[in-house]
Design a protein around this ligand. Sequence first.
Ligand SMILES: [Zn+2]
Length: 186
Amino acid sequence: MISTELLDRCQGQCELCQAKTETLETYIVPPKTGENVDEQVGLCPDCLTYINDETSLHTEHWRCLTEAIWSPHPAVQVVSYRILKSLESHAWAQDPLSMVYFDEATQEWAESLEDAVRHVDSNGNLLTQGDNVILIKDLDVKGANFTAKQGTLVKKINLDMSNPQYIEGKINDQYIVILTQYVKKA
Ligand SMILES: [Zn+2]
């Protein structure tokens, strides 16, 4: 559901890529909870999909952010800043980052997730606490004398917040540590 307030602000266009669409969706800018329209961005289905997908295949699409980062709305500024930051290896992404000026609160919001530990699967998709994953290769489980087979479904994983490469899950009734590079999101 998208609020009328946000719809009014969007004027039928995605706030990042300006695509005209009838199916705008609400993106809540973390770590905010989105109770207020100032914490939300109205996105087209493409932008929403790409934001949740960590692969860098959408680089060209995000050139739209060199415009979007100048939005008068802090929520749009923050989202644009974060994505451009992740593309900093491209010269076109560096320019707006070096020119833009945010007020203090917006800057803090934009940078608030930079220290967060992020877990991604073998395809680069973000993993979250409680996700189900599938093993993409046979894994010898040390100290447990069995091999966890490729294709095994591991339900409700735990993330190891001290290490972005480790998750934990139950296989054969035992909790084991699994490297994120050997799983894909189910
Ligand atoms: Zn869009």
